[in-house]
Design a protein around this ligand. Structure first.
Ligand SMILES: *Cc1c(COP(=O)(O)O)cnc(C)c1O
Length: 361
């Protein structure tokens, strides 16, 4: 059976190279007589994959030496709770910038743990824009500032990283990790569930400044201690070895095509085709988002009415374009065009959109 184009928001499409290599090695990993996911995580073969994944990530994202890379279970959602538990101490305040559903989820966990402040809330504009630096009312001396760099549901993305001075900046990059180079001088921690741009579900990929790890509480249960994971290179307990392996294969794929430069080139090509199709539709397709805040990973749009949206999604599905239904909380359509989505997939989608408009305009 031929593969279809899968625009699902997560879990989402992976590079065919990643899937094929995994299936070649699945039963008998490099002639070891067993699968990598059946062997000890303390053995040499797994250890190589584990550390090679960190090395590749460091190389591709140009991560400086004063940052640790961590592989933790519980996805991004676990980090919503773990961050305030470890970093928001008695008497401190944490800032949460509210740009949409995911930022609000992180904020909600923060409120359970300690004192939180909201430097900016996009509620008035129905979360369709990213604030400018001078719109943020940051708390001097806060424990950290938290933001969601790409709102997967609302389809908006920070085009810059704000200056937070001496206050550590923490970013949920679940849906745009590895899609752009990062200014490490401005950022202290990024975390991302792996199931969008990298691998299957099963872990959070985390990059955390060593000095921030040193500030984290050490009187918590073992799994909640960042320093515990950092000291043992994320091998304190059994790591999600399958997900680490698949992340490794996807990073190898990124490197093989030309690294971040090529990723950005393909991303921009996909983005301009898709937003171009929306703009050139004379209002038939409508993107509700502020032009300067448009996501390069999750593109959302509406049709003239909901019946047409249903028809669009059903016919697209028949044409081999799946996962285009918007999140149930907002409706409409959404195409998630993460790194592994080929340019060809977006081209096919744009052709479909133009044909559909002609037939149903
Ligand atoms: C998907 C998503 C999450 C949740 O990730 P899990 O790994 O399922 O916990 C959090 N934040 C953003 C921005 C997401 O897109």
């Amino acid at each position: 059976m031929a593969r279809i184009f899968n625009f699902s928001a997560g879990p989402s499409t992976l590079p065919v190279d990643t899937l094929e290599e995994a299936s070649r090695q699945m039963v008998n990993y490099h002639d070891s007589g067993m699968s990598l996911i059946e062997m000890s995580h303390r053995g040499k073969l797994y250890d190589e994959v584990h550390h090679d994944t960190m090395t590749l990530a460091r190389e591709i994202l140009d991560i400086p030496d004063d940052f640790h890379i961590l592989f933790l279970q519980g996805g991004a959602t676990m980090q919503f709770g773990m961050i305030p538990m470890a970093l928001l101490k008695e008497g401190q305040t944490a800032d949460y910038i509210l740009t949409g559903s995911w930022a609000k989820k992180a904020y909600s966990d923060g409120t359970l743990i300690g004192k939180v402040n909201v430097p900016w809330d996009g509620k008035e504009g129905s979360y369709t824009k990213i604030p400018a630096q001078d719109e943020l009312t940051l708390t001097p001396g806060a424990a950290y500032v938290h933001l969601c760099s790409n709102e997967t549901i609302g389809g908006i993305q920070w085009p810059y990283f704000p200056d937070t001075g001496d206050v550590p900046l923490i970013c949920d990059m679940s849906s745009d990790i590895m899609s752009r180079p990062l200014p490490w001088d401005k950022i202290d921690m990024v975390y991302a569930g792996t199931q969008k741009n990298l691998a299957p579900a099963g872990m959070a990929f985390i990059v955390m400044r060593k000095s921030l790890i040193e500030k984290a509480r050490t009187d918590l249960p073992a799994y909640l201690r960042y320093n515990q994971h950092a000291e043992s290179d994320s091998l304190y307990n059994t790591p999600p070895s399958f997900t680490v392996w698949m992340t490794n294969l996807t990073l190898k794929w990124i490197k093989s095509i030309g690294g971040m430069k090529e990723i950005e080139k393909r991303r921009d090509e996909k983005v301009s085709m898709l937003y171009g199709a929306i703009e050139n539709s004379d209002g038939y397709y409508r993107n509700p988002v502020d032009a300067g805040s448009r996501s390069k990973m999750n593109v959302v749009w509406r049709l003239p009415d909901e019946d047409l949206e249903k028809k669009f999604i059903a016919e697209a599905d028949k044409a081999g374009l799946s996962g285009l239904k918007g999140h149930r909380s907002v409706g409409g359509c959404r195409a998630s065009i993460y790194n592994p989505m080929p340019v060809e997939g977006v081209k096919t989608l744009v052709d479909f959109m133009n044909d559909f408009m002609k037939a149903n305009g």
